[in-house]
Design a protein around this ligand. Sequence first.
Ligand code: ATR
Length: 281
Amino acid sequence: MSKLLGIIGYPLGHSVSPAFQQAALDYCGVDARYEAWETPPEGVPQRVQWLRSPEVLGANVTVPHKEAVLPLLEGLSETARRIGAVNTIVNRAGRLEGHNTDVAGFMRALREEGGFDPQGKLVLILGAGGAAKAVAFGLAVAGVARMTIANRTVGRAQELAAAVEAVPQVRAVALTPEALTGDPPWDLIVNTTTLGMAGSPGEGESPLAEAQVPPGALVYDIVYNPKVTPLLATARRAGAHTLGGLPMLVYQGAEAFRLWTGLEAPVEVMFAAARRALWST
Ligand code: ATR
């Protein structure tokens, strides 16, 4: 029997997961179709119930349902439980398991594509939403020495700072130039806000000015469209190293692929399909 996979979110117009997951399934000879399952909030319980069907291998979950699906599942990985967000569901014979592969995807991209070892480093995280949680958790576990979390709504930054354990120094501030002065130069800056994202109200905007970027830092924007975001362009002018969001997108998908199929994901095939879907290159 041909199997099914898909992504649950609302709206889903922007998702490139169907393109690169289908490419990986086809390359590996897995008889399965990966579909876009746009699901409004009121439809989530029914959609999750249906995932228990024998033909369904599992699903990805994206904005705004990553938290809403938690209580509907039978099991949670340690990471998903600690972050309180699920982006991957695996159907194990009618029993649904929730995972969070955003953390693994972010960390693999940081180490392999960014060549960055977070141990003992000084980091700045821009934003305090769902994506920031995965980033902060991954960096905390990897042993950063100091973390500043800057967000437009400072209360959300404070909540996230309080939830980050095992980092010797954590500071929550507003996302303003004044609030961001006074830190020693950051080794790593990660943007998790939607500023600069194509099609968003913040399109064309950079969360930092050139003078705020230390020349030797790595600036990692998890926004993957456009390829060179306004922040990355600013960072290049400042003489910093840069990393875009595509590797995180592909590596979180690669980890989900492994969980569903038990196979190592063909990441080069996934990168090529994602690039074609996003940028037609
Ligand atoms: P995600 O799950 O993708 O992280 P989210 O939880 O909605 O999405 O978080 C979006 C992040 O982008 C938040 O940090 C948000 O700041 P607020 O907490 O103040 O809303 C940030 N963000 C969105 N638009 C912004 C803007 N115009 N200026 C600054 N920050 C913005």
